[in-house]
Design a protein around this ligand. Structure first.
Ligand code: CAA
Length: 259
């Protein structure tokens, strides 16, 4: 597949399984047109048997300034109904292995929805988050009102989606939207280290943990605990679980194979 809007790297010799996506439409602040979204999803889908962890970043000034307003301005409801975006977002949501967003600079609208759809976000001190769609006479359409409300609660989610005001990295951290705030110049290093840690663990355990954490958003506590218990039993079917525990007992580094 030829990529026009993103750059991908998967050739770290020391970390097999780490897959980096760089959003690369700097002239339009990495606006997420359908083609860009399709490239993100197709690139991870095509490589999913070799991927253990995905990193997504933009450039220093912008993670992404949201959906492509020039594309949106020419569209009507039926274009949206027939557009592949909904399917692409669903595929992204169901990708089995951890996806980490590394945010420097603007992370707005659909860009923020992309970050929230990732499994965790690392924010640089210069990060600016927001759902400004209301200022364009539209509304978030890819999780902005849903994931933001789950993280911030009703009142704050209403505040940010109805005013279109931005919030900074520290505020995002306090809201629980980001896992860590880091100095801006250290993003590549921090993402690499985090990716390395995640890739050093069993892909099966990573996958079952991801499914289990995500289940907590969609179930009661009782159902979630039952689901987690069964996922826990399932880890014991993997060779990786035996390897991990034996390596601990034998005082050596585990070698996980994903089986
Ligand atoms: N779509 C298309 N082009 C965009 C864009 C976007 N979302 N954001 C920025 N650009 C373009 C600008 O048009 C401009 O292009 P030109 O040089 O050709 O004029 C270029 O990127 C640089 O932008 P600015 O000159 O505006 O840069 P700035 O530093 O002054 O401001 C900004 C940066 C605050 C991010 C500002 O660009 C901005 O407000 N962008 C729009 C943010 C927004 O409203 N996002 C929501 C989009 S709708 C959405 O996402 C819907 C959804 O959820 C489904």
């Amino acid at each position: 597949m030829s990529l026009k809007n993103i750059l991908t790297t998967n050739n770290w010799n020391d970390i097999p399984g780490l897959f980096l996506i760089e959003l690369n439409r700097p002239k339009v602040m990495n606006a997420l047109n359908t083609e860009t979204l399709a490239e993100i999803i197709q690139s991870i889908d095509e490589n999913k048997n070799a991927i253990k962890c995905v990193l997504i970043k933009g450039n220093k000034k912008t993670f992404s300034a949201g959906a492509d307003i020039k594309q949106l301005a020419q569209s009507n409801s039926i274009d949206h109904l027939n557009d592949e975006r909904e399917l692409l977002w669903k595929k992204f949501r169901l990708f089995p292995f951890p996806i980490i967003a590394g945010v420097s600079g603007y992370c707005l609208g659909g860009g923020h929805e992309l970050a929230m759809a990732c499994d965790m976000t690392i924010a640089c001190e210069n990060a600016v988050f927001g759902q400004p769609e209301v200022k364009l006479g539209i509304m978030p359409g890819a999780g902005g009102t849903q994931r933001l409300t789950k993280a911030l609660g009703k009142s704050k989610a209403m505040y940010y989606t109805l005013t279109g005001k931005n919030f900074n990295a520290r505020e995002a951290y306090e809201f629980g939207l980001v896992a860590q705030v880091i100095p801006t110049q250290t993003l590549d290093q921090e993402l690499y280290q985090l990716g390395k840690t995640i890739c050093s663990h069993s892909p099966t355990a990573n996958r079952l943990i991801k499914e289990s954490v995500n289940k907590s958003f969609e179930s009661s506590l009782g159902d979630g605990l039952d689901f987690e218990r069964r996922q826990f039993y399932l880890t014991f079917a993997s060779q990786d679980a035996k390897e991990g525990m034996n390596a601990f007992i034998e005082k050596r580094k585990p070698e996980y194979k994903g089986n």
